[in-house]
Design a protein around this ligand. Structure first.
Ligand SMILES: *Cc1c(COP(=O)(O)O)cnc(C)c1O
Length: 332
């Protein structure tokens, strides 16, 4: 089975922003784009992206999950990076048209079609280190994916990092390439030095998120996660899981959480910790590594509440439970 996100559909939807307006979108080959070597994105990282999924239901129909939220976030990322303002209705149509073009290729559950809208600054102007690009390109790339966890989910090992940061604080809520490049060095070191799977960034003891996923702590009937502020990425999966947890009668607490409280609570046998994101949905955390010591989270294994919440979300995505919150958009 190919690695997640390494297979692409042969065509994508593409539009360009020039002379202060968006071109009409078209479906084009997805194996190349034309870009000047001086393009703004290649020098000054004017780039942002989204990740969402389309799902096949048992009756053959295809549905995109919470597309409005991802488009809103792409608009926000574009605005905060001084990229041209996107046309949200156009992007919505580009996503639906691209998925419709490859509707028969949308995998059956537990697979799905991963959708990657991308917006990049294209102006050839290496003098614009401190000025926005006047032109840009927006494309919607498709990648059919299987279950993220082929061979079963294993509880992750997270290094708690209180001194570093995932990215500059004012970049936290932007889904932008530079943030991942910024976190890569620390994550690679954590993998090599303490065999961590990910770093949970906790600047000054404030539990934030990992390189590409939000963090949630489950203590019995309560689910605790950092409240939304501008320092971290506001995940659509995070928001969906909190909504479903409330639907299931759980207490949802959005507030700051310190490393000290995290380690203290994690010693309780019933506590679970999870990472949330579109690619892997919910991934259980089994171990924290902090100042050269290891701490088991609850039982150290994937727990029953994470399993129940993941199932509740998958059931809606796969059309097996009522879509009470109107999260699905039918493509065909
Ligand atoms: C994409 C992403 C998430 C998860 O967001 P979802 O909308 O749930 O996929 C969390 N943190 C970071 C840094 C991300 O890039």
């Amino acid at each position: 089975m190919a690695a997640f996100g390494s297979v692409f559909m042969p065509k994508m939807a593409l539009a360009t922003f020039e002379n202060n307006q968006w071109s009409e979108a078209s479906i084009v080959a997805s194996d190349s784009i034309q870009l000047h070597p001086g393009a703004h994105v290649l020098h000054y990282s004017s780039t942002c992206f989204e990740g969402l999924k389309a799902f096949r239901h048992a009756d053959g129909s295809v549905h995109v999950f919470r597309m409005d939220q991802n488009i809103k976030r792409l608009a926000q990322s574009s605005r905060l990076l001084s990229l041209p303002v996107i046309d949200e209705a156009q992007v919505s149509k580009m996503i639906l048209d691209a998925v419709a073009e490859f509707a028969t290729d949308v995998p059956e559950p537990p697979g799905s079609m991963y959708i990657r809208p991308t917006h990049i600054g294209t102006e050839a102007a290496v003098g614009k280190a401190a000025a926005p690009t006047l032109t840009s390109m927006l494309y919607v790339l498709l990648s059919p994916v299987g279950d993220y966890f082929t061979g079963g989910a294993k509880a992750l090992r997270l290094l708690l990092d209180e001194t570093g940061m995932r990215c500059a604080p004012h970049m936290g809520m932007i889904k932008s390439g530079g943030n991942y490049a910024s976190a890569l060095g620390p994550i690679s070191r954590a993998k090599a030095e303490v065999q961590a799977d990910q770093i949970l960034f906790c600047p000054n003891g404030d539990v934030q998120e990992t390189g590409a996923a939000n963090f949630l702590l489950i203590d019995g009937n309560e689910i605790i996660t950092k409240g939304l502020d501008s320092t971290f990425l506001h995940g659509v999966t995070r928001s969906s899981i909190l909504t479903l947890a409330a639907d299931l009668g759980m207490t949802v607490t959005e507030r700051d959480l310190t490393v000290a409280e995290l380690l203290e609570r994690s010693a309780k046998p019933q506590v679970e910790a999870v990472l949330s994101g579109t690619a892997a949905v919910l991934t259980s955390v089994g171990t924290f590594i902090h100042n050269d010591k290891e701490y088991k989270v609850g039982s150290g294994e994937p727990g029953p509440i994470a399993q129940k919440l993941r199932q509740a979300l998958n059931d809606i995505q796969w059309g097996k439970a009522e879509d009470k919150h109107n999260w699905l958009t039918k493509v065909c």
